[in-house]
Every structure is written in structure tokens, then in C-alpha cells.
Design a protein around this ligand. Structure first.
Ligand SMILES: [Zn+2]
Length: 281
């Protein structure tokens, strides 16, 4: 997992541009509320950590027309909003052009409103709130983003927690010489704040990632173990095999992050090398 890249734009000017592009009916509703909308943008940009404690939107349910037209800034595209949406995808790192940052399993084909647009319509077309992700994650996340005041998902622009390794896996051997099973789990790094770890844990829980990673790798574990067999047959020492597996982990984690299950498997195989060799004998 790595952070997404936020498309750099002046959010205030962008909103004013969209309003300017709207037809008169929408323009007449959006223009009088511009200052209030821009005020909420400042909150997101400068006091993001306080937003999950906010009771609700700047726009009350009674302001139905305003809320609807704010959501319309996202749904009913103008030249600028369409251009910016395209760029949000286009500027992502290569890895995140093909893998959803939320799960690292599928292609990112949708834009997630990190803070849902129905709850906070002011952030419907706010670029910093729009994160490319896959259909599955977007559906699972749906309207959920906080539980009480605790955020429930990693914010891939704002949270700087992914350089800490908190995802691990272990092999479970059944003792009969057959291929072990893999099990993923989370462990809080010492240097990571408890609240950050809670956000990461909720993210994994809500998206069912640990089980998804188990399933994905259990299908492939025998292939990886066969690879180790070729090392053993070639007469490589345990230390060399451990180093080879360690470098596989390092190479992948450099590109995909230290919390990428496809990298971590090599760390896990290295940690269990003695037991893996017993399976091969
Ligand atoms: Zn996903």
C-alpha cells in the first residue's frame, strides 16, 4: 500500500469555475452560498483531523436545493469538473493506475468520496476528498467513513502511516508434510500512534482485506514453496535463501509499500524457512 497522489489545484478557484460554468438555475443557487462552501474547504485543508468530530454538514437538511446542487457539481459534469476528474486518475503513481490503493487487489475505476457526498455535499467535488479506488471498495465503504468520532478508512492523501509495517503474515503447518496455510494479521508498530493504528485496523476490517489476502496467497503458496525447493536443490545455504527472499520483499515493498501482501509473503517465507524445508523433504 502506498499513498495516492493528490491532484494539485486551487480548490477555491476550481469551485468558482464550476459555478461559473453552470446554467443559470444552478448558478443562482450556488452563488449565494459560495463563501460558506469555501469556509468548509478551509476546514478540510487545515483542520482535517477535527472533521470526524463534526456533527454534520454546513448545509442542513432543510437546505435541500443547496445540497442537491452541491452534489450536482459532481454528478452533472462541466468542462472543468470532467477535466479534473480525468486528471485525478491520470496523475496517480504507476502502481495505483492499476491497483486500488484501498485493497491493492483490483483496478481503480471509480472515485471514492472519502467523506460521503450525501452527508457532506460541500465536499462532493472537492478534489482532496476524491480518491480513485475499485468498485468493490467503493461499494463496501458506501456511506461509512466514521464510527463515533473515529475514522474508519485510511485517507490515501492525508494519512502518512504507510511507511510503518503493520501487516504481517504467518504460515500454519499441519504437521503432515502438506503445504501450509497462510494467515495475515495486523500488529501495531511501536512508532505508530494508537489512533492511526485504529484507523488502519478499521480499514482492513471493513474491507475484509485479511481474508482476501489469505485466499489470494493460499492459491499460490505451493508455487512459492516450489521456488524454495529449487534453491535447496541448487545447494544454496539457508543464509543465501533467506537473503534472496529478503531481497524479494525489499524490491516489492519499495514499489508497492511495506504493507503489500505480495511483498510480505517473502518475509514470511524467510521467517519460516526451516519449517518450509521440512515440508519439502
Ligand atoms: Zn479496492
Amino acid at each position: 500500500m502506498i499513498n495516492s497522489k493528490c491532484y494539485q489545484i486551487n480548490e477555491h478557484i476550481f469551485f468558482l469555475t464550476i459555478v461559473g460554468e453552470k446554467q443559470n438555475k444552478a448558478k443562482n443557487i450556488l452563488t449565494p452560498i459560495t463563501a460558506r462552501v469555501l469556509g468548509t474547504f478551509n476546514e478540510y485543508l487545515t483542520r482535517f483531523s477535527t472533521l470526524s468530530a463534526k456533527a454534520g454538514s454546513e448545509f442542513t437538511l432543510a437546505e435541500e436545493r443547496e445540497r442537491s446542487h452541491l452534489i450536482g457539481c459532481y454528478k452533472n459534469e462541466t468542462a472543468s469538473s470532467s477535466f479534473v476528474k480525468g486528471n485525478i486518475f491520470a496523475i496517480q503513481p504507476d502502481v495505483l493506475k492499476v491497483l486500488c490503493p484501498y485493497c491493492m487487489l483490483d483496478r481503480p475505476r471509480t472515485l471514492d468520496h472519502y467523506i460521503p457526498k450525501d452527508e457532506f455535499p460541500e465536499y462532493a467535488m472537492f478534489v482532496r476528498n476524491l480518491i480513485p479506488c475499485c468498485y468493490d471498495c467503493n461499494n463496501k465503504k458506501d456511506e461509512l467513513w466514521r464510527n463515533g468520532t473515529l475514522r474508519q478508512f485510511i485517507h490515501y492523501y492525508n494519512d502518512n502511516i504507510l511507511n510503518h509495517q503493520f501487516l504481517y503474515s504467518e504460515l500454519i503447518f499441519n504437521g503432515s508434510g502438506s503445504i501450509p496455510r497462510i494467515r495475515h494479521f495486523l500488529r501495531k508498530p511501536v512508532a505508530m500512534a494508537r489512533r492511526d493504528f485504529q484507523v488502519a485496523s478499521s480499514h482492513f476490517e471493513n474491507l475484509g482485506l485479511l481474508a482476501a489476502y489469505d485466499d489470494s496467497l493460499n492459491n499460490r503458496l505451493s508455487t512459492e514453496i516450489q521456488l524454495i525447493l529449487t534453491y535447496v536443490i541448487a545447494g544454496l545455504s539457508d543464509q543465501v535463501i533467506t537473503d534472496l527472499l529478503g531481497s524479494q520483499f525489499l524490491n516489492r515493498s519499495r514499489t508497492y509499500g511495506v504493507n503489500y501482501f505480495e511483498a510480505i509473503i517473502y518475509q514470511t517465507l524467510a521467517n519460516h524457512l526451516a519449517q518450509v524445508k521440512l515440508v519439502l523433504i
